[in-house]
Design a protein around this ligand. Structure first.
Ligand SMILES: Nc1ncnc2c1ncn2[C@@H]1O[C@H](COP(=O)(O)OP(=O)(O)OP(=O)(O)O)[C@@H](O)[C@H]1O
Ligand SMILES: [Mg+2]
Length: 279
């Protein structure tokens, strides 16, 4: 299967139209000399960061944007699963084998590049400050070659993750509509705010039941943040809880490729479109 068919699964015409529409609107917003670094993070784990990061990266590529997905999981990396195990190097090679970040980038065949995280390598599961700085510098350098770098981070506010949020232009804080997830997402936002993050912070509700009003969930959360911190966070959108995500992962495919017109795929593309138009 060629690259375009892989990206669109035959729905070339409809997606092509969508892409042209976004291009038209985004033309006036172009012209910066480095791409945007977008972190996808959360307070609580298991809320869909990896699912969203992978699909966002593919959606941005479908819109013609040069995109690199970086799996910043230093313990149990899994972004690679979606791309049929294409990589021969991973983040560990930067520290253990003196490779540059450019040397550990792999092309996925889905129109995006990927830096695979490291699994089960104790030596880099807790990066010290010097190594975090080294990797941050590498990511900033890499961003000059791409329109977007997506950082799929670990949950929580550990130093290893937080430093990468601080070099990001955009931070998407993912939460699911449950009290613990919302409280933990709020904690991440509070820390970013107190650390004077320059990023545009957006809140994104994932796994929303179709009978709930996703927009209202996001609005309510934004309202609480405004009230408690007196800080504006952006509407990062919402994604339905969808069986399609499960079917897709069983076939090791991003859902946006497996079922491009499922509601959750349309929502993910909409979020990608908004990012392009606003950055
Ligand atoms: N919109 C969705 N609809 C249905 N299932 C979803 C959705 N998003 C994610 N999931 C499922 O939720 C589970 C957790 O997702 P994922 O691994 O992306 O979360 P994560 O935040 O990256 O987790 P971790 O904190 O462990 O890195 C997976 O089984 C995934 O298939
Ligand atoms: Mg993950």
């Amino acid at each position: 299967m060629d690259r375009q068919s892989k990206l669109t699964f035959g729905n070339v015409a409809a997606l092509q139209m969508e892409r042209e529409f976004v291009d038209d609107q985004a033309t006036s917003l172009k012209g910066v000399n480095r791409g945007k670094i977008i972190s996808v993070t959360s307070g609580k784990g298991g809320v869909g960061k990896t699912t969203f990061s992978v699909n966002l990266a593919v959606a941005l590529a479908q819109f013609g944007r040069k995109t690199c997905l970086v799996d910043l999981d230093f313990g149990l990396a899994n972004d690679e699963i979606f791309f049929d195990g294409v990589a021969t190097r991973n983040l560990s090679d930067i520290f253990n084998n003196k490779k540059s970040i450019e040397e550990v980038v792999t092309n996925t065949g889905y129109g995006i590049d990927l830096v695979v995280g490291s699994s089960g390598d104790e030596s880099i599961s807790n990066l010290d400050e010097i190594r975090r700085k080294y990797l941050s510098n590498g990511l900033e350098r890499l961003s000059k070659k791409y329109d977007y770098i997506i950082l799929d981070t670990q949950a929580g506010v550990a130093k290893t993750t937080f430093d990468f949020l601080m070099i990001s232009d955009i931070v998407k804080v993912v939460f699911v509509p449950e009290p613990t997830s919302i409280i933990d997402a709020y904690t991440v936002i509070k820390m970013l705010y107190r650390a004077n993050s320059y990023a545009r912070i957006g809140v994104l509700s994932n796994m929303v039941d179709e009978d709930l009003d996703g927009k209202e969930i996001v609005e309510r959360f934004r309202g609480s943040v405004k009230k408690l911190l007196n800080c504006e966070v952006e509407d990062g959108g919402f994604i339905y809880n969808s069986q399609m995500v499960k079917y897709a992962i069983r076939l090791k495919k991003p859902v946006i490729v497996y079922s491009p017109f499922a509601k959750c795929s349309v929502q993910m593309r909409e979020i990608a479109r908004k990012i392009i138009l606003e950055s």
